[in-house]
Design a protein around this ligand. Sequence first.
Ligand code: P6P
Length: 334
Amino acid sequence: MKLEDALPQLGQENLLSIQSYLLAEEDKHPHATGRFTWILSAISLATKYIAARCRRARIEDVLGAMGSENVQGEEQQKLDVIANETLLACLGKRAGLAIVASEENEEPLILSCDGQERPYIALFDPLDGSSNLDTCGGVGTIFSILHHDRRADPIENAVRQKGVNQIAAGYVLYGPSTVLVLTTGRGVQMFVLDPSIGSFLLVDADVRIPQANKSYSINEAYTNSFPEGYRKYLSWAHDNGYSSRYAGAMVADVHRILMKGGVFLYPPTEKAPNGKLRLMYEANPMAMIIEQAGGKAYSGTMRTMEVEPEALHQRTSVVLGSSDEVDIVLSNLA
Ligand code: P6P
């Protein structure tokens, strides 16, 4: 009997774990050293642990604030610290990484200066939208992988690269299920954590964002402080039958848009004149995913991944989602 004749009897199609997927992809590159795979594997391990801690947060009494602020001047949640330390612990031991940069750490962590052996940089927002935790709302981890630039002097400057330089990006959404969405520049793959076996299983090898959907995602409480073009767009959307959904956590909002289509906006406001979201470890990785899935991602009227970073924690405005929907927003900003 041939294998394919036997398989239906197993009744299991989704038996490709992220580890197997990554090793199969690595196998396509004869010069691959395995370091890149090893880094993504660390993210898989860390986020499985974070998912478990989020699920038990109220039981373990690790909800709520730490009573401290992070480098952004934002109140740190206990799970922000747990998630950050988990990712640092898992990634810090992986041979291929020269630098790790986190939203929760003011400076990048230099793991080694010998760029020879450590060709990669990892950046992440360990627990995006963590203020949603107390109300059991969606939260997520966002990550971005760059090649290490050994010419950078001082070495910390190596993290300041445009989004077009990313070699991988992704997020993990901790929601009713735990979903890992990944791109390595060849389309977008989606995995779902099967807690009964502790593996992320491939559920979609080529995620495509719908071309259009009459739905926008924005915090309308700040409408009066949005620049005129955004208010013009919102007024047009209200007159053209658009629906509105806003979770207050970028990962949850962007994942909904990746699945259903629509447009996510975080414009400049009086409180955040350059936008609130961070370019390096929120906007850029989400932009790579959305573009790889066939959508568009802009910061104002500029493609997000073309923005020249000046600082690790710099903020940017964001308009991303379905190609047709982003075009409509941009036509109001021009
Ligand atoms: P606002 C969460 O704090 C976050 O950084 C993103 O996840 C989210 O999209 C945004 O801020 C929400 O900001 O001002 O609407 O609460």
